[in-house]
Write a protein that binds this ligand. Structure first.
Ligand code: NAP
Ligand code: MG
Length: 500
């Protein structure tokens, strides 16, 4: 394979062209997209920009690869995914540096969470590939009815910039295991790790065209992919606003749509909570990845009896978070992933103040001059009312609202007061209450005395304006297959209707 690599930093070379049909190729129009390091806003690389013609080429390559990939034994498809998981582990340090530079994630978190989770997810779907079984339906005597789970064809996958490496595995793992071929568009600002995964896939022997990686702008490349008539499904992770556009674009050929959208996670601390664990867990819930997580616990809902005690500890913890260069292994919080996003988060501080919100800490960029060029925001805690905009709209930063409640009914009302329904947390030692809230809170996932746990076997997805469909586990395998019902008249009997 020919390579044109850019040196991102000494020892870190990356292919910057589009990956189509098993080759790195120039973009049809020759345009490029600058990729920046949010620590200091320097340019890391220029990647090729896919436009409509490139998406057409990628879809054609995926279509050509589909029949053989579908026909390949499921265990052989699985074996390639298992090899990819090993390759990711072997490439862990390279990938960790690349992801940390491109996104601003602290390298500590990328090493400990993103990389192992990415490998684990590919490995899980490698293992599940040959374990999806059809069914036999008890129908009329003389007939056998069996149901196969068949792959859909070419699937388009569009992902955001908050966990760009991990999302390659969440999206491609189940799609490929089930026998589909893929065109994946990374977010334009964080395309580097997906291009590296493309190279690893090529190295471990994925057939040409099974996976195509096409960085490009959402309104150009993403829109064209979502509208494409030869694409059988679009799996989208991103904002609710763009999710609506995806649904509209899908109408061209009525393609299947799976939507993992925004969230406004309720994180409720009851008066009987294990307080130390709740404080630590709530900090992880909102400050991990600078709060750029769809499942972030961005609304703290505190029982009035323990609110002051909780906040003393929580505010002190927020003030002590070590903010700095993400490549420093002691850094706990890095910059937001882009300057535009940092500005959007800081604008929400003004929105909070205008409606009477009280800033308990943060609300600005850090004063450290070493970080002045980067996209940094202090951990921010705002006391606000449930109907305030900052308690209703997704801020997607290290920005958490605090609201107090009197009793269980009040907590439930506040928890269910947004249009989102993705993740949520409960901190209590009362089992009855925990199970009741777990059932009644409108959301796809609930964590009891923890927050933000994920596993490749456990369904992930939302309700309401957080989207529909589920990633992970057998749920995901069903999302990427279609039931195909086969009727056999095994007695070769003539049905009564035709009898003369
Ligand atoms: P976004 O603006 O919706 O973008 C997501 C992806 O869609 C990007 O690749 C983007 O490309 C592309 N896109 C933009 N406009 C498009 C269009 N008209 N047609 C097709 N594709 C288009 O979201 P984001 O700001 O990158 O990510 C943050 C959002 O993602 C938050 O709302 C967060 O909650 C959500 N999220 C959800 C989950 C979940 O599992 N539920 C997980 C993570 C994040 P460009 O990069 O070129 O804009
Ligand atoms: Mg970047």
């Amino acid at each position: 394979m020919s390579t044109t690599e850019t040196q991102v930093r000494p020892g870190l070379q990356i292919e910057t062209r589009l990956f189509i049909g098993g080759e790195f190729v120039e973009a049809a129009q020759g345009g490029t997209i600058p990729v920046t390091n949010p620590h200091d806003n320097s340019i890391l690389a220029e990647v090729s920009e896919a436009t409509a013609a490139d998406i057409d080429r990628a879809v054609a390559a995926a279509r050509e690869a589909f029949p053989a990939w579908k026909k390949m034994s499921a265990s052989d498809r699985g074996r390639l995914l298992l090899k990819l998981a090993d390759a990711i582990e072997a490439d862990a340090e390279y990938l960790a540096q690349l992801e940390s530079l491109d996104t601003g994630h602290p390298i500590r978190d990328v090493r400990n969470l993103d990389i192992p989770r990415t490998a684990a997810c590919f490995r899980y779907f490698g293992g599940i590939a040959d374990k999806v079984e059809g069914t036999v339906v008890p129908v009329d005597p003389g007939f056998l009815n069996y149901v196969l789970r068949e792959p859909l064809g070419v699937v388009g996958q569009i992902v955001p910039w908050n966990f760009p490496l991990m999302f390659t595995s969440w999206k491609m793992g189940p799609a490929l295991a089930a026998g589909n071929t893929v065109v994946l568009k990374p977010a334009e600002i964080t395309p580097l790790s997906a291009l590296r995964v493309a190279k690893l896939m090529s190295d471990v022997g994925f057939p040409k065209g099974v996976v195509n990686i096409v960085p490009g702008y959402g309104h150009v490349a993403g829109q064209h992919l979502a509208e494409h008539r030869q694409v059988a499904k679009i799996a989208f992770t991103g904002s609710t606003a763009v999710g609506r556009k995806i649904v509209q674009a899908s109408a061209t050929n009525l393609k299947r749509v799976q939507l993992e959208l925004g969230g406004k996670g309720a994180n409720i601390v009851f008066e009987d909570a294990p307080l130390e664990a709740a404080v630590m867990g709530s900090a992880f819930a909102i400050f991990h990845n600078q709060g750029q997580a769809c499942i972030a616990g961005s609304r703290l809902i505190l029982h009035e009896k323990i609110a002051d005690q909780f906040l003393d500890k929580f505010v002190a913890l927020a003030k002590s978070v070590k903010i700095g260069n993400p490549l420093d292994p002691t850094t706990e919080m890095g910059p937001l992933t882009s300057a535009g996003h940092r500005d959007r988060v800081l604008a929400y501080v003004e929105v909070a103040k205008e409606q009477g919100g009280r800033i308990l800490t943060g609300g600005t960029a850090p004063s450290n001059p070493d970080l002045a060029k980067g996209c940094y925001v202090e951990p921010t805690i705002v006391e606000a009312e449930p109907e305030h905009r900052v308690c209703q709209e997704e801020v997607f930063g290290p920005f958490v609202t605090v609201t107090r409640f009197k009793d269980d009914a009040d907590a439930m009302r506040i928890a269910n007061s947004t249009s989102y329904g993705l993740g949520g947390g409960l901190w209590t030692t009362n089992l009855k209450r925990a199970h009741m809230f777990a059932r009644e809170i409108r959301s796809g996932m609930i964590w009891i005395n923890s927050y933000k746990r994920v596993h490749p076997g456990s369904p992930f997805g939302g309700v309401g304006e957080s989207g529909y469909g589920r990633e992970m586990g057998f749920f995901a395998m069903h999302e990427y297959t279609e039931a195909h019902s086969v009727w056999v008249n095994y007695d070769a009997q003539i049905p009564p209707f035709y009898k003369r």
